[in-house]
Design a protein around this ligand. Structure first.
Ligand code: ATP
Length: 481
């Protein structure tokens, strides 16, 4: 099956899944809005993640931390100094591109052709097509800055968080002190992140404002390899359980020279997206971050006075050195059973909610040639489908609309249902196919004799007569299987 991204983009726009942000003003690059169907889909992706990662587990708790945080957090995490992309500018058209995203005339990045990343001699400008005409690589900072406070003595530069993870580390102590969690345990959160991306790409794949679902799983050093393997498997299986074809998924281990200096291991779960060179693109990263983050935040906590004395200016300070007995510091953990104190290691599965929404859209998209013409449909897993059931009166008379409305209202108490009486029945079915609705229910004149309605299945188009009183159970069974 070859799905083109253009087909997805046009379906999303046509059916109100996803719009360009600020479209009536000409649009804002790399920002998108989710329309009526899209926001339901994304909400379901979020909910499926939360249910599997938090609610169904005994060892993970949830968190919702604020986007704006103390600026020192970003000094401690390393983002303030190092979170930048290496970019070059085309000398002819002045388009800036991430060095690792540049491709040669065969569409291969440096990584794919085995070349040196900084060697741009054979690389093509993605805007004007000029070859090898770039400036020297330079660092481009990715964090958006903003200002907080009105007065000279409380004014400071803040950063829009570029990941949700740091809010979790900053609350590690709070969660330990207020709940019954014991290592090993995880803290999960879903929320917005912001990055001033240089090369933006393919629809909602890479945007400047996006949502992440992240877990920091804290474990005893020495057990980290085992938990790393656990999370790799859990996260891979999550996508498959929601309908992604495993042939379109793979795990790619980072090479040793690709790893951040503190990371012990990192793997990307990649999905075969229908664009770009090679098509396989990161969906989620899972890393063994060791005890790096908690240790860094202990240094950050000790640097507060330096920061105040420097006029609350991050650029004027260096983090304090780590203390000798850091393993007994404020972010350490005391294991009651073993009578042992240590800084936990962290396994971090970091997923993109928008990016996985795109993968679910791409994977669900299908076109069929039928006698009456082509049928476009989204074969969403029922948990993800924006609308679970649509209810139609066959015609707008003989009391059918009232009965259909009644059925629809009854279903709405349990899940998203949609009533539609406009247009030919075949067209109503096709509209729901395109929205990914698993079931359509049609009320026709025969109901007066048999008290039954017709239930049509999206994927097979098979139709069955079902007693009105049994419709809810019937749909529930269908959605569970
Ligand atoms: P890249 O190197 O491709 O820019 P990254 O490795 O920096 O990405 P991470 O920091 O590991 O990405 O982010 C974790 C996840 O968050 C990614 O796998 C992706 O799903 C999502 N994500 C990151 N940046 C963006 C973005 N700009 N737009 C949409 N999703 C994103």
């Amino acid at each position: 099956k070859l799905t083109k991204l253009d087909d997805i983009v046009s379906l999303c726009k046509r059916r109100g899944f996803i719009f360009q942000s600020s479209e009536i003003y000409g649009g804002l690059a790399s920002c998108y809005d989710y329309g009526p169907l899209g926001c339901e889909l994304k909400r379901n992706v979020r909910q499926a993640w939360w249910k599997a990662m938090v609610q169904m587990r005994d060892d993970v708790v949830g968190l919702d931390s604020s986007i704006l945080m103390h600026p020192l957090i970003w000094k401690a995490s390393g983002h303030a100094d190092h979170f930048s992309d290496l970019i070059v500018e085309c000398k002819k058209c002045h388009t800036r591109t991430r060095v690792d995203h540049l491709t040669d005339k065969d569409g291969r990045t440096a990584e794919e052709s085995g070349g040196e990343p900084a060697d741009t001699k054979d690389k093509v400008c993605p805007n004007c097509g000029t070859v090898g005409n770039f400036t020297e690589p330079m660092a481009f900072k990715l964090m958006f800055e903003t200002e907080m406070g009105a007065n000279a003595d409380d004014r400071m530069t803040l950063y829009m968080r570029p990941e949700t993870a740091q809010g979790i580390f900053a609350n590690f102590r709070n969660v330990l002190d207020t709940t019954r969690v014991k290592v090993p345990f995880g803290i999960a959160q879903i929320g917005k992140s912001f990055r001033n991306e240089v090369t933006t790409k393919a629809f909602i794949f890479r945007t400047r404002e996006f949502e992440q679902g992240e877990i920091e799983f804290f474990c005893e050093p020495g057990t980290d390899d085992q938990w790393y393997e656990h999370w790799k498997q859990q996260r891979f299986d999550w996508y498959v359980s929601l309908g992604i074809n495993p042939d379109n998924l793979r795990m790619r281990d980072h090479a040793q020279d690709e790893l951040a200096h503190y990371a012990k291991g990192c793997v990307d779960i990649e999905y075969r997206f229908p664009f770009g060179s090679g098509d396989w693109q990161e969906l989620e990263g899972i890393a063994n971050r060791t005890d790096y983050d908690l240790r860094q935040h202990q240094r950050g906590m000790r640097s507060i006075n330096d920061w105040i004395e420097a006029g609350r200016d991050l650029t004027k300070i260096e983090l304090k050195e780590e203390s000798q007995d850091y393993h007994k510091g404020p972010l350490s953990y005391f294991d009651e059973q073993q009578k042992k104190r240590y800084i936990p290691y962290v396994i971090e599965p970091s997923a993109g909610i928008d990016r996985s929404t795109l993968a679910f859209l791409v994977d669900a998209y299908d076109e069929e040639e039928l006698e009456g013409g082509p049928r476009n449909l989204l074969r969403f897993h029922p948990d993800l489908a924006p609308v679970k059931a649509a209810v139609f009166p066959l015609v707008k008379r003989d009391g059918m609309p009232d009965i259909a409305r009644n059925i629809c209202d009854g279903l709405k108490k349990h899940f998203a249902a949609f009533y539609d009486e406009k247009g030919a029945i075949g067209r109503r079915y096709r509209r729901q196919d395109e929205a990914g609705t698993p079931f359509c229910i049609t009320v026709d004149g025969q109901i007066k004799e048999d008290n039954c309605v017709t239930v049509r299945h999206r994927d097979t188009m098979v139709q069955e007569r079902v007693n009105v009183d049994q419709v809810l159970n019937y749909l529930r069974d269908g959605m569970d299987n």
